[in-house]
Design a protein around this ligand. Structure first.
Ligand SMILES: Cc1cc2nc3c(=O)[nH]c(=O)nc-3n(C[C@H](O)[C@H](O)[C@H](O)COP(=O)(O)OP(=O)(O)OC[C@H]3O[C@@H](n4cnc5c(N)ncnc54)[C@H](O)[C@@H]3O)c2cc1C
Length: 380
């Protein structure tokens, strides 16, 4: 079915994104996976070509696109199998927090650098002892005179090893849970901020995911993002966009798995016929194709709702839950059509299998998505 969520200008943008990625990412991706990260040159070139923070207004150096331009970048990365760098964390999430909750001075300082790709964005919520239960974080931000002094440890920080700007979630009032949380903008060079290990992962090998340690990191009051004690409210406002972004990638990746599997079974033969000619293959692919149509339709409805400011926390959770679980099932079924080749990492489907697993974990696990959806049952 033809998608109607994008206009002509979005499709032109899509073409330029695809051209750029085909030239600047696809040929280098194996090297990035081996290196466990992406080079500065790519980020700068992506900035020059308008791929970074495309929703940011011209006042702050961006092209002034809408949320759909972020979706296009995510869809094109997924369609080409480019799972790093994690531009969603940079553009959709970190730039989103700045744009929606930052002071004018903070926006003017950071957004142009993020649009240009000279400062990568990262957000550090999770800690070794607190992930799903964000209100249980222990990183503290103590007031000292006019400053804040941060102490604590963060983990699983995407873009964490090479970021120029970190949004750090900390407790300004450790006695409180939600109301004690505040957000801080911490530059890479802040004294006392140290990167720990770059974590070795099951998949997403070219994404750099790191630990962070904060030891008496002294920040001026101007590093506070928004208001003290309001951090949890900001998280609740921004997490739907993060989850919708994961859903966009999930559906686009699942579509790629289907396309690759179909191409394979059309060529591969067994018992004197194409693998496509077995009824089992046709039935399974028919099911997947149908599920994908349903997924795109729901996703597009969520994208439009989000553009109109109407996507609820529950709907975003549903989108993330359904599409990330679907992605896992579709990739698993498609991998089977490749037989032994599906298990070989030189085949994209094998890497998709390992890359996709995390979609059911990060941005809030599937179980937490069900908790969020379930909460609406108590409301009248
Ligand atoms: C590759 C990768 C990148 C990441 N990037 C970032 C990042 O950039 N920034 C960041 O802050 N974090 C990041 N994360 C962290 C991620 O968001 C957390 O791993 C996730 O939220 C789960 O938290 P946890 O790992 O502490 O698991 P836990 O919270 O310990 O959960 C363990 C298990 O218990 C279940 N569980 C927990 N609570 C409940 C409940 N109430 N009901 C039922 N089941 C429950 C969970 O669903 C899970 O199955 C990343 C993680 C990975 C793997």
């Amino acid at each position: 079915m033809k998608r109607t969520v994008y206009g002509e200008e979005h499709e032109l943008f899509r073409q330029s994104v695809r051209r750029f990625l085909t030239e600047h990412a696809v040929p280098h991706y194996d090297t990035w996976e081996a290196d466990g990260g992406t080079p500065d040159e790519f980020w700068r070139a992506a900035g020059e070509h308008g791929l970074l923070c495309p929703q940011i207004p011209e006042t702050y150096g961006g092209p002034g696109g809408d949320y759909r331009s972020l979706c296009i970048v995510s869809e094109e990365l997924a369609a080409l199998g480019i799972m790093a760098p994690n531009l969603q964390v940079h553009s959709d999430i970190v730039a989103g927090y700045l744009l929606n909750h930052g002071s004018e001075a903070q926006k003017l300082e950071w957004l142009p650098k993020m649009v240009a790709g000279v400062a990568r964005g990262a957000i550090a919520m999770s800690e070794p002892d607190a992930g799903s239960d964000l209100q249980g974080i222990r990183t503290s931000a103590r007031r000292e005179g006019g400053d804040y002094v941060l102490n604590g440890a963060k983990t699983f920080v995407t873009n964490g090893g090479q970021a120029g700007l970190y949004i750090i979630i900390a407790k300004t009032d450790p006695a409180q849970r939600a109301r004690g949380i505040s957000l801080f903008l911490v530059p890479r060079e802040a004294e006392g901020l140290a990167q720990g290990r770059t974590l070795s992962k099951l998949g997403l090998k070219a994404q750099d995911t790191a630990e962070l340690f904060l030891r008496d990191v002294r920040l001026p009051a101007s590093a506070l993002l928004g208001r003290e004690g309001e951090g949890f409210v900001y998280l609740m406002r921004e997490l739907p966009q993060e989850r919708l972004g994961i859903a966009v990638t999930a559906v686009a990746v699942a579509q790629r798995a289907f396309d690759l599997a179909l191409a394979h079974v059309r060529e591969r033969t067994a018992f004197g016929k194409r693998v496509l000619d077995f009824q089992n293959t046709r039935f399974k692919l028919a099911e997947i194709r149908t599920e994908l149509e349903v997924a795109w339709a729901f996703l597009d409805r969520c994208i439009l709702a989000h553009c109109d400011g109407l996507l609820t926390v529950q709907e975003a959770a549903m989108a993330k839950l359904w599409t990330s679980e679907l992605q896992g099932r579709i990739i698993d079924t498609c991998l089977q059509f490749f037989g032994g080749y599906g298990y070989m990492l030189e085949y994209p489907i094998a890497r998709m299998f390992t890359d996709a697993r995390v979609a059911r974990i990060y941005g809030g696990t599937s179980e937490i998505m069900k908790e969020i959806i379930g909460r609406s049952f108590d409301e009248s």
